[in-house]
Design a binder for this molecule. Sequence first.
Ligand SMILES: Cc1cc2nc3c(=O)[nH]c(=O)nc-3n(C[C@H](O)[C@H](O)[C@H](O)COP(=O)(O)OP(=O)(O)OC[C@H]3O[C@@H](n4cnc5c(N)ncnc54)[C@H](O)[C@@H]3O)c2cc1C
Length: 273
Amino acid sequence: MVQWYFPETIDEAAALLGRERFVPHGGGTNLVKSGIGSFAGVVDLSRVPLNYLKTDRGVLEIGANQTFASAADNLSNLYPGCILAAALGAAASTPLRNRITMGGSASLFPLWSDLIGPMAVLEGKIRTEGQNAGTHDLAPWLADRSLQKGTLITSLLFPDPSDWISVYHREVRVGFDYPAFTVSVLARTNGSRVERIRVALSGGTDRVVRLAELEEALKGADLAKVSSLDIRKMAAVRFGRKPAGSPEYLSEIAAVQVERCVKSALFREEGTR
Ligand SMILES: Cc1cc2nc3c(=O)[nH]c(=O)nc-3n(C[C@H](O)[C@H](O)[C@H](O)COP(=O)(O)OP(=O)(O)OC[C@H]3O[C@@H](n4cnc5c(N)ncnc54)[C@H](O)[C@@H]3O)c2cc1C
């Protein structure tokens, strides 16, 4: 029989997660689907004080228990136009956004994640307690699932969340669909030049990629030269088969959407900062 636990502190929760076949419960939107019955203990996190969103010296920290809905709300007040607010506020459906937590999402990072693209361009980090306590960059976190064993995600850190022109696109058939892919673009311009640009595409076979060749080609570029670049070629990413289309089709439309998002960020700045 599965035993539920309701720790009230981070230490208590982390200690419980050190036990064999114990699993944390955030919003439950995936855990319930994956079959709680196979675990010995379920550690409900709702009483652990991780439901916060704060900034300290420009670094944004979002506690693992913040739901997508509350994080999107808080962010749209704090940093209007922030890519995270746009992404989290558009994810799934309202009832789901009211349950999905930042911690559960960062643990799973599914192919349809609306968090992973903004994490990649904002260069977000995952803060943990327990067996692998520390602060983890996204790439090693995604590459090594064993980091999560016996580990509690306590918060996500975003070192440089504001003052970007931002564009977020989720490729869906209807609003509450799982996105087939997402495009995240952050840019800073200086006069007629692209000062900095970051572009991430999620949903392909690599889950999320920063389009390094494209970023390099655009960095410092004169805006007048942008239209002569072959952005679609530099945005070519491999996809697997999905309900939304064949790998070839998804690869093609993803490249088109990257081009649109980049141009939208660079040439239609108003209202997106
Ligand atoms: C129909 C449907 C549609 C969805 N659509 C989208 C979408 O469009 N975009 C999107 O981004 N998401 C979407 N989701 C949510 C996504 O699929 C996952 O379910 C979600 O990210 C999990 O978050 P959760 O808080 O519910 O975690 P849970 O289900 O509670 O847990 C998921 C996993 O994370 C672990 N975990 C939870 N909290 C922590 C923590 N603090 N530390 C360590 N491990 C933890 C759990 O043990 C479990 O392994 C959808 C879900 C459903 C059911």
